[in-house]
Design a protein around this ligand. Structure first.
Ligand code: FEO
Length: 404
């Protein structure tokens, strides 16, 4: 298991199957919202059979030269027969035009929707593309690639590729983690991989809960030795990431509430502390985030197994505070499984924050069980109401867990 400098060399994972990906340590954000403290990788894989060669996914456009250099350690780029596009997003598809221009006889293999996207994003001519369906196969000579329909992970065209003889599953974004580690395998990097995989799951995959559960069902039917996602380390103990996804997607939610708040003059903060204490008194774990100094990425990760979300905002010109608004909108979009919501806050001369937050969340399936707006600094009566709100959330969490 010695040290391999994967930044400059390809890695042969099993005979004839190579990791030819690249490390991007400099990128700060993914999709302009997800922070990347450990950078990321764009993993591509080369599968060389006795007769044909396939490149599975490519890399971002800026990294094409590194990809071609790594491929050239095993085969000439012009000899690639197939470029499999599991996903069209430019972090994986950006090098497709360049690779196809060198490998003049190569076909681009993609799902039916993927073919449309390859035309749209990369202007690939129809005659250079091959659409595959669930179960379609390509024979490379002693290596068979089977394509598995897995849409909406992360765009509608996504699919998996499974190398039958070697039992390697290439899942592109699914099972990914944004990390540019200096070692290839998850077991060499350590526990931080699963922690980053959970953050990745929360921000990229959680929104697609039904497609991802269907994909997990398909994965469960496969005999897998290695899982090669297109971001972060490769799993040669595949159960570790599969079990983690099963837990996040289908496991019981924790007896836990996440409190997300902003306070301008301390009144909403006093309510927050009272509510958190009430939750803890009832045996419910509570994690509070002040949006003036918190990373939304961490909050969303905490929501993977949380039963409830409690928003606190002072009224800001008749609505919610702008520092809270982006988290409300992101959570509204990502749809965590725990849908119990309560809202609280203070106001000086006119309310409105709680009403606005409720109006954003209730229509899309969140169960807003309590709203509390307090005029001015909270006195004893207001603190009693805050305690009642915390207890009501705790009660609802327990009832919901008991019913499931
Ligand atoms: Fe890694 Fe959806 O792109």
């Amino acid at each position: 298991m010695g040290k391999t400098d994967i930044s400059s060399k390809s890695v042969e994972m099993v005979p004839g199957v190579f990791w030819v990906g690249v490390l991007d340590r400099e990128r700060a954000l993914f999709d302009s919202f997800m922070s990347l403290p450990y950078g990321t990788t764009y993993n591509a894989y080369l599968v060389t059979g006795g007769e044909k060669t396939a490149l599975i996914d490519t890399v971002g456009l800026d990294f094409t030269d590194i990809l071609t250099k790594k491929v050239s350690e095993s085969v000439k780029v012009e000899d690639i027969d197939y470029v499999v596009m599991n996903h069209a997003e430019p972090d994986h598809g950006g090098s497709i035009p360049k690779i196809l221009s060198i490998a003049k006889n190569a076909k681009l293999v993609a799902s039916k929707k993927g073919v449309g996207m390859a035309k749209l994003f990369y202007d690939v001519p129809e005659e250079r593309m091959m659409a595959v369906e669930d179960g379609s196969k390509i024979e490379l000579g002693g290596k068979t690639l089977r394509f598995i329909s897995a849409p909406w992970l992360h765009w509608p065209e996504t699919m998996f590729t499974y190398c039958e003889e070697d039992r390697v599953l290439f899942t592109c974004d699914f099972f990914g983690a944004h990390m540019a580690a200096d070692k290839l395998y998850e077991d060499e990097v350590g526990d931080i991989v699963l922690s980053e995989a959970r953050r990745y799951y929360a921000e990229i995959m959680m929104i697609f809960i039904n497609p991802l559960r269907k994909a997990l069902d398909k994965v469960a039917e496969l005999d897998i030795k290695i899982i090669g996602p297109s971001h972060g380390p490769v799993y040669r103990e595949p159960h570790r990431i599969v079990d983690a996804y099963e837990k996040w997607a289908r496991g019981p939610l924790e007896q836990k509430a996440v409190v997300i708040y902003v306070s301008m003059y301390g009144s909403t903060a006093v309510l927050e502390k009272t509510i958190v204490a009430a939750l803890k008194d009832e045996g419910v774990d509570a994690v509070a985030y002040n949006m003036v100094k918190s990373d939304i990425s961490q909050i969303v990760t905490d929501l993977v197994d949380s039963s409830a979300i409690i928003f606190g905002s002072p009224s800001f010109y008749g609505g919610m505070h702008p520092r809270l608004a982006s988290s409300v909108e992101l959570i509204r979009t990502l749809k965590p499984r725990g849908k119990i919501v309560a809202v609280f806050g203070s106001y000086g001369w006119g309310g409105g924050a709680a009403k606005e937050i409720k109006s954003r969340l209730a229509p899309v399936g969140f169960d807003v069980i309590e709203t509390l707006e307090i005029k001015g600094p909270p006195g004893d009566e207001a603190l009693d109401k805050a305690r009642s709100l915390g207890k009501a959330v705790a009660r609802k969490i327990k009832e919901t867990r008991a019913a499931n």
